[in-house]
Design a protein around this ligand. Structure first.
Ligand SMILES: C[S@@+](CC[C@H](N)C(=O)[O-])C[C@H]1O[C@@H](n2cnc3c(N)ncnc32)[C@H](O)[C@@H]1O
Length: 288
């Protein structure tokens, strides 16, 4: 594991300025800019959004912009080229990685996602239609990534809060749920309950873990030697003590993924960036 000596990530004052007027704000669409401009006490709201597990009183437009700022600062710390190619499995309707890539590259990056759920893909489009970088949304399964994309052709793969998405999908499809068509969020509790059931019964080695390791393994092949994979996961405090929610499983998604990748002897090394808590973030570099 290597430690990089750079300015610590995510100083709240700096992040507040990035999202209130700086590079993140400048690349949001006008609706998101209006929402942020109407807010007061931005630094306090940023501190709240940076807290893990995420508190109850978080302001969602701030959280989304802060997540973009977090990826933006990592892209800068890793010194990724302005014309970088970014792969993001499981984007859903979530734009932080896309906004971060646009901001870091000033519109020169090339972004590709593979995503199964159709409704969420549609909901994403208006949030990114103003951007200038090349964006390709592939409706499909990230388990097919190597059939669709060229090995070694990306600088970075971003798994933004995607570990749970992959596991939930993997346990739900065999139970007859077509996750391409569902209304995701009203169905999510059922998917999480199935995942919890499989985890309790020791079944994740047969279902969940293989799909995740295949998608991560393919992403490792998709990035060039020396390229990076970035993972984040966060938990909501509101789920503490909720009986159907498998808190420990979700709390440990990043450490568990780290362990599985390491046991799989994947050709990567972990990079630790000052400020990024390894409980919630993991940055891997593909070995040369
Ligand atoms: C709720 S969205 C989450 C978006 C984003 N990762 C976030 O957390 O903000 C989950 C998305 O992951 C997608 N997904 C899950 N497993 C997938 C897989 N194997 N291949 C492609 N997309 C997948 C789902 O179809 C859905 O669109």
């Amino acid at each position: 594991m290597s430690e990089q000596s750079i300015i610590p990530l995510w100083n709240p004052i700096r992040v507040a300025s990035e999202i209130a007027a700086g590079p993140i704000f400048q690349h949001l669409n006008s609706a998101a800019q209006h929402e942020l401009s109407a807010l007061s006490d931005m630094e306090a709201k940023v501190v709240c959004a940076l807290t893990d597990p995420k508190p109850l009183d978080i302001v969602m437009p701030v959280l989304n912009a802060v997540l973009a700022a977090q990826y933006f600062e990592i892209f800068q710390a890793l010194n990724l080229p302005p014309n970088m190619r970014v792969y993001e499995p499981c984007v859903g309707a979530s734009n932080p990685v896309i906004i971060a890539a646009e901001a870091h590259s000033r519109g020169a990056a090339n972004y590709v996602t593979i995503n199964l759920n159709k409704n969420l893909c549609e909901q994403l489009k208006p949030k990114i239609s103003h951007l200038t970088m090349s964006i390709q949304i592939i409706e499909g399964n990230a388990q097919q990534a190597l059939a669709l994309l060229a090995p070694g052709s990306f600088d970075v793969a971003c798994f933004h809060h995607a570990v749970n998405d992959i596991l939930q999908t993997a346990v739900s499809e065999p139970r007859g749920l077509d996750t391409t068509q569902i209304d995701w969020f009203p169905t999510e509790r059922q998917m999480i309950e199935w995942l919890a059931e499989d985890a309790r019964n020791g079944k994740m080695d047969q279902c969940g873990k293989p799909e995740l390791l295949q998608i991560v393994g393919d992403a490792i092949r998709l990035v060039r030697p020396g390229g990076f994979l970035i993972f984040d996961h966060f938990n909501w405090q509101k789920f503490i003590g909720v009986d159907w929610f498998p808190w420990d499983l979700f709390y440990n998604f990043i450490p568990t993924t780290r362990k599985w990748i390491s046991e799989n002897n994947a050709p990567v090394s972990e990079i630790r960036l000052d400020g990024a808590d390894p409980q919630w973030w993991m940055i891997l570099q593909r070995n040369a």
